[in-house]
Design a protein around this ligand. Structure first.
Ligand code: NDP
Ligand code: 8X3
Length: 254
């Protein structure tokens, strides 16, 4: 069975997906910045399958460039690259947002995903098989106040995925974008700079998606027969839907 490379495997969807692919017997290559967290996942899953961890930042183009060459033979062929590492920072209006936060989201969600894809894709094309599964978001499909650059980065993920499909036609490599809505992971804690109370309030009084809900969807998409390409899959908790158009009204002149 081929390996599964997962970025952002130290938490949330990445960690939950690692468990499912391990249960199915796939060797795992797990990437994230937090060494202690990755080591914890490694200790848990290496009882089931070979696990190779890489403590790295997806913004580090040089570290990623050599990724496939560094992999021992047990991790070939590569069945799946799950481009999951990503984050939102802040929920402020565009005129007040922190430019450094915008840069970090662009560098991680767009450039990091590009670097990981470029590092792994030649091996998949050479194998004439493989699957790139990208984490988009409902924020890439629908606008909301404060979504500004985060939503923009996820719209990039969607269009990049479609363009990859165009480039990979006839080469045996599948590409999918998964676009979840509200899911309780460390996502909101990161978005609100570690403010646990603010993060918990996002999910109060409703049932959000769980990391396992999303991981099961990722797994299902990966396990379709090789001739089936799920292009895009959007999912939300039933308690989440859209608002009507917002209309700004002003008092008529007196
Ligand atoms: P978490 O915060 O729980 O997990 C994010 C993961 O990304 C962590 O493992 C983190 O690891 C990793 N990561 C972040 N930045 C980097 C970096 N520069 N280099 C390497 N790894 C990095 O969030 P989720 O599991 O919820 O999010 C996963 C993906 O899903 C993200 O792309 C997010 O935008 C997207 N998403 C989330 C939704 C939600 O509501 N939760 C909904 C829709 C999409 P570490 O900090 O150790 O580096
Ligand atoms: C995360 C979901 O709605 O907070 O991508 O943007 S949302």
């Amino acid at each position: 069975m081929g390996s599964v490379i997962i970025t952002g495997a130290s938490s949330g969807f990445g960690r939950a997906a690692a468990s499912l692919f391990a249960e199915a017997g796939h060797p795992l290559v797990l990437l994230a910045r937090r060494k202690d967290r990755l080591a914890e996942v490694e200790a848990l899953l290496q009882q089931q399958v070979p696990v190779h961890i890489e403590v790295l930042d997806v913004r580090d183009q040089d570290a990623l460039a050599g990724l496939v060459d560094r992999l021992p033979d047990a991790y070939r062929p590569i069945d799946v690259l799950l481009n999951n590492a990503g984050l939102a920072l802040g929920l402020g209006a565009a005129d007040q947002a922190d430019l450094a936060d915008w840069d970090t989201m662009v560098d991680t969600n767009i450039k990091g995903l590009m670097y990981c894809t470029r590092a792994v894709l030649p091996a998949m094309v050479a194998q004439k098989a493989g699957h790139i599964i990208n984490l988009g978001s409902v924020a890439g499909n629908w606008p909301y106040p404060g979504g500004n650059v985060y939503g923009g980065t996820k719209a990039f993920v969607q269009q990049f995925s479609r363009n990859l499909r165009a480039d990979l036609l006839g080469k045996g490599v599948r590409v999918t974008t998964i676009d979840p809505g509200m899911c309780e992971t460390e996502f909101s804690e990161v978005r609100f700079g570690g403010d646990e109370e603010k993060a918990a309030a996002v999910y109060s009084g409703m049932v959000p998606l769980s990391a396992e809900d999303v991981a099961e969807t990722i797994y299902w998409v990966a396990k379709r027969p090789a001739h089936v390409n799920v292009n895009q899959l959007e999912m939300m908790p039933i308690a989440q839907a859209w608002s009507p158009f917002a209309v700004h009204r002003e008092d008529p002149e007196p």
